[in-house]
Design a protein around this ligand. Sequence first.
Ligand code: NAD
Length: 471
Amino acid sequence: MAPVKVTKICCIGAGYVGGPTCAVIALKCPHITVTIVDLNKARIDAWNSPDFSLPIYEPGLVDVVRQARGRNLFFSTDVDKGIEEADLIFVSVNTPTKKSGVGAGFAADLNYVELATRRIATVARSSKIVVEKSTVPCRTAESMRTILEANSKPNCRFDILSNPEFLAEGTAISDLLSPDRVLIGSLQSPEGIDACESLKEVYANWVPQERILTVGLWSSELSKLAANAMLAQRISSVNALSAICEATGANIDEVANAIGYDSRIGPKFLRASVGFGGSCFQKDILNLVYLSESLHLPEVAAYWRQVVEMNEYQKRRFSKRVVDTLFNTITGKRIAVLGFAFKADTGDTRESAAITLIKDFQSEKAFVNVYDPQVESEQIWMDLQEASPLMPLETIKKQVSICSSALEACKNAEAVVIATEWKEFKDIDWEAVYAGMNKPAFVFDGRLLVDAERLRKIGFRVTTIGRPSAV
Ligand code: NAD
């Protein structure tokens, strides 16, 4: 058997990964028809919207979709048709952490992966290459294969590949156009290697050969968890050092810079902050913790769990610093929270540090003004409601207001908290912000974004991560 020449791709899941990834494949492979399907009609309608009001914000994404949509890129709710027509299917559905049940809080919820796999098994009438794009626990491909083989029709074979996605939200399009590497995992059987070649050929349309790594299936699945765990571990390490800096008078920027010069460490991803967020880091580490526990490796589980615990500690430590600095009480005080997305250049709020901070400020009976340039009000209310399920939304709305500009959010506030590193917060008219605030006016920079000295000259009292509290 020779590798199949891929001409039709279906991607199940039109989210932050499936949408941009397959839009870029369509852009770079005009000879391949790419259909992205999703059960969520509102999401598909947004992908198809005539004015390109796409369901996710990502720099450069509109341009890519504009070029390929209607040519060889299609978005549809007809999952079955997408599956039936494709020769290669990406499974790019969500794999959240289980919130209840056995193993709650740690295990990945593979329900969406299983449902998508069962759908493929039920609908497919010809052979398919099925590609895990979702981040999954090691050996998930085995379960998928069992489901597919138990339900396959005569003359219908399924080859499973793992092709985890390493894009970062906010830079997804440039990451996809010029990836550090593309990883493809397959069984080492002749059929597995052929399937791997088929997918490799797709990426070879724009990714240099030496950046396409082919490995065994289990190594590929584990590599994705490992990459996210190592990245998050780096953030937690630098954040742990930031606490020591605050207590000693050392400066985390200087420390990070000094250690980053070591070529074994390198300068990237050494920025202290209020903590990491996003849908992946915490979930993937908890996944690794669960895997380690299932493999009876409690010490390994404890090691990785500490990375998440350090992150929680960093967020709480920051909230406490705000309260302590504001004379040990924020009751009745107004706090402006600038940024609600978990990082700049995305509208994604999953596990955003801002949610924890606002909840902490609410519990201290402060009033909170929130502003984010990309996150819709509806999303903010949904997240705050989810964070305090027992509190009626009306009560939340008495304490929290959503503002339409940073300046409006800061008006009459005692303190400004920078929760997301949006560039516009660096460039706001800080003199005007100062003029509109109650005095003394405080800034808490959770992202090491602003020029603290400049703000101090205006009159602000500035507190940043990794430096002693300032006046
Ligand atoms: P998402 O929630 O944005 O999108 C998943 C989509 O799948 C949803 O729109 C949902 O409606 C759809 N879906 C679920 N089950 C379906 C089914 N049976 N049929 C059709 N559609 C279905 O999630 P995401 O952020 O795109 O993440 C997808 C996967 O990629 C996850 O495993 C995640 O861990 C991984 N990942 C995410 C990122 C990231 O930055 N977001 C990066 C790398 C990897």
